[in-house]
Ligand binder design. Structure first.
Ligand code: ADP
Length: 269
């Protein structure tokens, strides 16, 4: 609480009393703290690849460049870390845009079964490389009003995580269903929400980490996320995008058995 005392004078300049102003600044302080934590996190995340690039370049300049084999492996590291830096910067910019709601959404009706089929085609190569089967269970004729590019981004991100955190030979599935509000006496064609579930048979997420999984830069296993090219920002971006569609996202998971992410979207904005 911020406390201010304001003296009050009457017309005759006579002291009339004191006005006590109490202001709850908890929310403001929390925002300030979150902002400075974010800046600290960003700096730390950016420093890691920059330090690697600088270190390996220095070693090359110091003579390692004369050994072709060493030179090649160091250059590969410099290349990979620059790539990572690029991805990080892209995700940080993207997150800052969605957080400040500076992205205009263009809503149009989208038929889910063909939309999901097309989206999955874009994910094919990584799934094939890991011999992961992707299955789809979406009835034709379910429509949702959404920004097509952003919805694609949401689904691709969740599918990419499913593939990335599932061992070779596993299974990722996507399922969509209309949510019928029976209480309101509606029939099967009269749904006001849809649910999309994206499940995998992967490593799962420990219970204690589940509530934090959508926080920026939060990763269960930093090394694993790093080696699979993750930035730790994907799920925060996805959550913001879903919320921009006035929807919600949740997760359930069994450690060692797999995870399911569920998005719920209103049919009409
Ligand atoms: P990252 O770039 O690290 O994948 P995300 O924001 O997409 O970042 O996810 C945050 C963390 O949540 C990941 O580091 C991982 O620990 C966990 N995670 C996300 N999706 C899955 C999944 N399908 N299975 C297991 N863990 C997951």
């Amino acid at each position: 609480l911020d406390l201010n005392l304001v003296p009050i004078f009457e017309d005759s300049d006579e002291f009339g009393g004191v006005l006590l102003v109490l202001q709850d600044v908890t929310a403001i302080r929390r925002l300030e703290r979150m902002r400075s934590e974010f800046v600290a996190n960003v700096s730390h995340e950016l420093k890691t690849p920059v330090t690697a690039v600088k270190g390996f370049a220095e070693t090359l300049l110091g003579g390692a460049v004369n050994d072709p084999e060493t030179a090649r492996s160091f250059l590969q590291i410099i290349f990979d870390e620059s790539d990572r830096l690029n991805r990080l910067i892209g995700d940080i910019l993207e997150l800052s845009k969605v957080e400040s709601r500076r992205i205009p959404l263009q809503f149009s009706p989208i038929e889910l079964s063909s939309f999901i089929a097309k989206t999955i085609e874009l994910m094919g190569s990584e799934a094939v490389r890991k011999n992961i089967r992707i299955s789809v269970k979406v009835e034709p004729g379910i429509y949702v009003e959404a920004d097509e590019d952003r919805l694609r981004q949401i689904i691709m991100n969740l599918l990419a995580n499913g593939i990335s955190y599932t061992p070779d030979g596993g299974h990722v599935s996507i399922q969509a269903e209309p949510v019928i509000n029976e209480a309101a006496g509606r029939d099967e064609t009269d749904y006001d929400h849809i649910r999309i579930h994206i499940s995998d048979t992967g490593i799962g997420i420990p219970k204690k980490d589940l509530p934090r999984i959508f926080e920026r830069f939060y990763r269960v296993d930093k090394a694993r996320s790093r080696s699979s090219g993750g930035t730790g920002l994907g799920l925060s971006i996805v959550k913001h995008l879903v919320e921009l569609h006035k929807g919600s996202i949740s997760v359930s998971s069994n450690l060692g058995a797999g995870s399911t992410f569920t998005i719920e979207l209103p049919v009409l904005q």
